[in-house]
Design a protein around this ligand. Structure first.
Ligand SMILES: *Cc1c(COP(=O)(O)O)cnc(C)c1O
Length: 362
C-alpha cells in the first residue's frame, strides 16, 4: 500500500456493522427473526408498483421525489417541502452527521442505542459519546448531563432498538428543550408505525428547529430490500441535506414501491394490529417459561435470560431448531436475545423451541 494514502481520521476505528444472519448450515426451512423484517412482506400495491417500474428502467428517476413526498405528506400530515428522502433511513441519519459534525465535535447516543450511531459519528471524524440508560430505558437527564459545547448531534431511537422501550412525549420534549443551542436532536422513528396514534416527533419538529425525525420503509412497510427512508425537519436542515445527497439517490422502482406502500394505509394498519397481538402473545408465553422482557412497543421482543451463558445456549438451541434470532452482546446486553415478532406460526415455533430449551416440553 502507498504510504501516503490514508483515510480520514476515525474511519479505521469503525467496527464493521454486522447484519442479522440469514442462513444456517445444513438447515432448510430457516426462520429468520434477526432483522425485524415484516413477516407478511410488502403490500400488494407496492409489489405491483415495483413491477410496473420495469417499463421505465431506461429513464433516470425523479430527482426531487415529489410524488413520494406528497404521499408521505398526505398520510402522515407533514409538510411535503420539509420531507427529505434517502437510501434507507440509515442514509438520512448518516447525512445528518456528515452535515453537522466533524473532527473535534461530539455525537451523543445511549449505551443500548442502535449500533450504526457510533459508525456515523466516526465516519465524519467526530467523537462518539456513550451515555448510560436506566434499566434499558433512555435516560434524558443522563443525555443532558453528557452534552456540552462540543455536542452537535444526539441520536435516539423511539421506540428504541434493541430494547423495544419508549420515551413519552413529555420526556422527548424535555430533551429537545434542554440541549445546547448548537446540538441537533435526531429522533429515529424506524419503529414508529408500530405504535398506534404515535406522531414520532412530527409535532416536535414543527415547533423545534433543533429536531429531526427519521422514518423508514424497511420495517412495517416490508421494503428493506428497496432502501427507502425519509426525514422531516426545518427547511434549513432539509436544504442542507439536499445539497449533499446524490441527485438520483433513489431508483424509480424504489420510489414507486414506497409511494404505493405508504398510501396502502389499510395494509399498514393490518400489520400493526397483527404485530401487537402476536408480540403480546409471544412475550407472555416466554415470560411464563421464565424468559421475561420489557413491554415492547416495536416488532421485536428483547428476551432476557439469567446470564450470557444461558442466552448463548438458547441461541444455539434455536439455531438447531432452524430459528435465527439476534444476539445483542454488542449492545451491552449479553444476557438478552432480540426476537423479531414473526407471523403466528413463527411465534409458535419460537415459543416451542424456547420451551424445549427450558425443559418445559419433551
Ligand atoms: C432498522 C433500523 C433502521 C432502518 O434502517 P434503514 O436504513 O432504513 O433500513 C434505522 N434505525 C433503527 C434503530 C433500526 O432498527
Amino acid at each position: 500500500m502507498a504510504d501516503g494514502i490514508k483515510p480520514q481520521p476515525g474511519i479505521l476505528d469503525i467496527a464493521l456493522y454486522k447484519g442479522g444472519d440469514a442462513s444456517l448450515d445444513g438447515v432448510s426451512n430457516v426462520l429468520k427473526l434477526s432483522s425485524n423484517e415484516n413477516p407478511y412482506g410488502a403490500s400488494d400495491a407496492a409489489k405491483e408498483a415495483f413491477s410496473r417500474a420495469v417499463h421505465t428502467l431506461h429513464r433516470y428517476p425523479s430527482t426531487d421525489h415529489a410524488s413520494l413526498r406528497k404521499a408521505i405528506s398526505d398520510v402522515w400530515g407533514v409538510d411535503a417541502h420539509r420531507v427529505f428522502c434517502g437510501v434507507g433511513s440509515g442514509d438520512v441519519l448518516k447525512l445528518l452527521s456528515e452535515a453537522y459534525a466533524g473532527p473535534g465535535d461530539e455525537v451523543v447516543f445511549t449505551e443500548h442505542g442502535f449500533s450504526m450511531y457510533p459508525i456515523y459519528a466516526r465516519a465524519c471524524g467526530a467523537t462518539p459519546v456513550v451515555v448510560p440508560e436506566r434499566e434499558r430505558v433512555i435516560d434524558v437527564d443522563a443525555i443532558l448531563a453528557a452534552c456540552g459545547d462540543k455536542t452537535r448531534l444526539v441520536y435516539i431511537a423511539n421506540p428504541a432498538n434493541p430494547t423495544g422501550t419508549m420515551l413519552g412525549a413529555a420526556e422527548v420534549t424535555r430533551l429537545a428543550d434542554g440541549l445546547p443551542p448548537q446540538a441537533l436532536l435526531v429522533l429515529d422513528g424506524a419503529y414508529a408505525e408500530y405504535v398506534e396514534g404515535f406522531d414520532a416527533g412530527k409535532s416536535l419538529v414543527d415547533t423545534h428547529a433543533n429536531v429531526v425525525m427519521t422514518r423508514t420503509f424497511s420495517k412495517i412497510y416490508g421494503l428493506g430490500g428497496m432502501r427507502v427512508g425519509w426525514g422531516y425537519a426545518s427547511q434549513d436542515i432539509i436544504d442542507v441535506l439536499n445539497r449533499i445527497r446524490g441527485p438520483f439517490n433513489l431508483s424509480s422502482a424504489a420510489l414507486a414501491a414506497a409511494e404505493a406502500a405508504v398510501r396502502d394505509t389499510e395494509y399498514t394498519e393490518k400489520c400493526r394490529v397483527e404485530n401487537a397481538r402476536l408480540r403480546e402473545w409471544m412475550a407472555t408465553a416466554l415470560a411464563e417459561l421464565g424468559v421475561p422482557s420489557d413491554t415492547s412497543t416495536a416488532n421485536f421482543v428483547l428476551a432476557r435470560f439469567a446470564d450470557e451463558t444461558e442466552a448463548d445456549a438458547c441461541d444455539e438451541a434455536l439455531r438447531k431448531a432452524g430459528i435465527i434470532v439476534r444476539k445483542v452482546a454488542g449492545y451491552k446486553l449479553p444476557h438478552c436475545l432480540r426476537i423479531t415478532v414473526g407471523d403466528e406460526s413463527a411465534c409458535r415455533r419460537v415459543v416451542h423451541a424456547v420451551a424445549q430449551f427450558k425443559g418445559a416440553v419433551k
